[in-house]
Design a protein around this ligand. Structure first.
Ligand SMILES: Cc1cc2nc3c(=O)[nH]c(=O)nc-3n(C[C@H](O)[C@H](O)[C@H](O)COP(=O)(O)OP(=O)(O)OC[C@H]3O[C@@H](n4cnc5c(N)ncnc54)[C@H](O)[C@@H]3O)c2cc1C
Length: 550
């Protein structure tokens, strides 16, 4: 099949084809010429892996006020109330829109079925068995492909933003595609590149979650926010050789027990809600318990859940566990925490605008203010849809310098770094981040990690052509002798981005001298009112926002 052509100019260019990017592309005005690029095939994204569901207060016994309350509680004082109200109040309309597009959520009779998840006070999580994300993005992908005004370009890797030299506005991106680096002009760029879980050795995120959007926005001088807040999911499959497959919270909502090697429900030692306490509490409970007992994992026992419920609600978990030799009807699953969701990101407003004119961010790469210090389960798919929908109101910047031609530079294959060199740096980084900025942090360990990471950055900068790519002048068209160079260049770009976000997370974690939500400091183990502020980052500057009202 012939590969799609990447044009030199779009009205709006969406980078990322998860729930946020797909929905944003669908909502953009239809008279715009829209490009949608993704570094993998359209079907690959973290959104596709989302299991539990999408939250919306639609039950008669529920209300937006309760959903707002639960979200603010989980966010531990750092949510922006206005953003939370916006999210929750748009939820039912967005669910209707998804249903109209053809998304088939589970139903009880004619009513949409709702389940309970941790820290939700009501049953409000819509689901499609335990593959909700796939049910959503497969339909969104189909609808996007039916739109003649949207061109989808898979296997295109966005390397950097292209800012106008005089106005500072975003006027496009550089993209590695089919053996070239090209500069693509767009009157609006929408980053929807997802999370950054791959910066940690243990993560539930897919390989593509390398924090590219945050890294490239940071280099362009965008305002970032709250990067120290990472959610560690308590229950990822922990078995030699198996990936850290997420065992959804919904199984605990349906009655599964978290137990230790003696079969004791130890989570109640740490919080009165036991295994249904907020995620950070359960993750830390497991972490502390593992440290105290020197065990490699704890157990998640699904046997209290009726067999038919497991078969109907969790077919994917059932199948994956079977694949790894675990019969969940007769034995518990070995689990431990893993990095799962990045609350921090590129600071955006209610219209998904960043601090750079012409640059927008949606989905996990954005920091809209709805998650605060800790995300309420199933609010992130909702955030992708609600904030993606705001692109319907996007107004384009005027095009300047449209006639600039690209200057061609030939680069020889020998000049690229070897993939093994890049992989070795990334592996060291991930181990370092897991040990130093995982569930439990301290200034001493974080400072040592910052120094070690700087050495990895220096090693990276010595690799062939790295300085050339890092300092590529806008408009320079780089031609590689073979299209296969794309793979290496993507790996190079992802490694650069992982190093960047690793350093940003470490510095943000040192900066915040308290514990709150997804950020726990053993040397500042209490929450402090003087830190009821966002961490703001721009270029080399870290500072606290004005206090966030209760
Ligand atoms: C296992 C798992 C289960 C989850 N379960 C739930 C759940 O039940 N409910 C819930 O609300 N949330 C859940 N989440 C979180 C939720 O899935 C994500 O927060 C959300 O899907 C992120 O969507 P996104 O569109 O922002 O990014 P993604 O879905 O990750 O999409 C990112 C896109 O950006 C592209 N991209 C990235 N970098 C580049 C680049 N440099 N150039 C070009 N393209 C690029 C990728 O190719 C991809 O298309 C879960 C997450 C995981 C990992």
């Amino acid at each position: 099949m012939s590969q799609p052509q990447l044009s030199d100019l779009y009205d709006a260019l969406v980078v990322g084809a998860g729930a946020a990017g797909l929905y944003a592309a669908l909502c953009l005005p239809r008279h715009y010429r829209v490009g949608l690029i993704s570094k993998d095939a359209l079907a690959l994204s973290a959104s596709d892996w989302a299991q539990g569901g999408i939250a919306a207060a639609i039950a008669p016994e529920d209300s937006p006020e309760l959903h707002i309350h639960d979200t603010l509680q989980a966010g531990a004082g750092l949510c922006d109330r206005e953003a939370v109200e916006f999210l929750v109040c748009q939820a039912s309309q967005c669910i209707e829109s998804l249903v109209d597009l053809g998304v088939e959520f589970d139903r009880h009779g004619t009513q949409l079925a709702l389940t309970l998840e941790a820290a939700h006070s009501r049953r409000r999580v819509l689901h499609a068995a335990d593959t909700t994300g796939r049910a959503v993005v497969s339909i969104l992908g189909e609808r996007v492909l039916q739109c003649p005004h949207i061109t989808t370009i898979p296997a295109a890797f966005a390397l950097s933003l292209w800012l106008h030299p005089y106005t500072g506005a975003c006027q496009g991106v550089s993209v590695a595609y089919q053996g070239q680096i090209r500069w693509i002009r767009a009157r609006a760029v929408i980053l929807a590149t997802g999370g950054g879980g791959q910066v940690f050795a243990q993560t539930t995120n897919p390989a593509l979650s390398t924090g590219d959007g945050v890294a490239i926005a940071y280099r362009a001088g965008a305002l970032l926010r709250d990067l120290e807040f990472f959610q560690f999911h308590p229950t990822a499959l922990t078995k030699t050789g198996a990936p850290h497959f997420l065992i959804s919270e919904a199984v605990r909502g349906e009655g599964a027990h978290l137990v230790d090697a003696q079969g004791r429900r130890f989570a109640f030692d740490y919080h009165p809600q036991g295994e249904l306490a907020p995620r950070d509490v359960v993750s830390r409970a497991i972490f502390s318990h593992l440290q105290a007992t020197a065990a490699p994992h704890v157990w998640l026992d699904l046997r209290p859940i009726p067999r038919e419920t497991i078969q109907k609600r969790f077919p994917n978990i059932l199948q994956v566990c079977q694949h790894w030799g675990i019969d969940i009807f007769s034995e518990p699953i070995s689990v431990a925490p893993a990095a799962h969701y990045w609350m921090g990101g590129i600071a955006t407003d209610l219209q998904s605008r960043t601090s750079i004119p012409g640059l927008y961010a949606v989905g996990e790469t954005a920091s809209t203010g709805v998650h605060g210090a800790n995300r309420l389960a199933s609010n992130s798919l909702l955030e992708c849809i609600v904030f993606g929908a705001q692109l319907a109101h996007l107004e384009l910047l005027p095009v300047l310098d449209e006639g600039t031609t690209q200057q061609k530079v030939e680069v020889m294959l020998e000049a690229l770094p070897a993939p093994e060199q890049l992989e070795a740096i990334a592996t060291s980084l991930k181990a370092l981040m897991w040990q130093s900025a995982g569930i439990c942090r301290s200034a001493e360990v974080l400072q040592a990690a910052i120094a070690e990471l700087s050495e990895l950055q220096q090693e990276f900068e010595q690799l062939p052509s790295t300085q050339f790519f890092q300092n590529l002048q806008p408009g320079t068209l780089v031609q590689f002798p073979f299209p296969e160079c794309d793979r290496t260049l993507r790996l190079w770009g992802e490694t650069w981005n992982l190093l960047e976000i690793g350093q940003l997370i470490l510095k943000s974690a040192v900066f915040r001298q308290e514990s709150r939500g997804g950020h726990y400091r053993s040397d500042f183990s209490q929450t402090s009112t003087t830190w009821q502020t966002h961490t703001l980052i721009q270029n080399d500057r870290w500072w606290q926002s004005v206090p966030i009202p209760d």
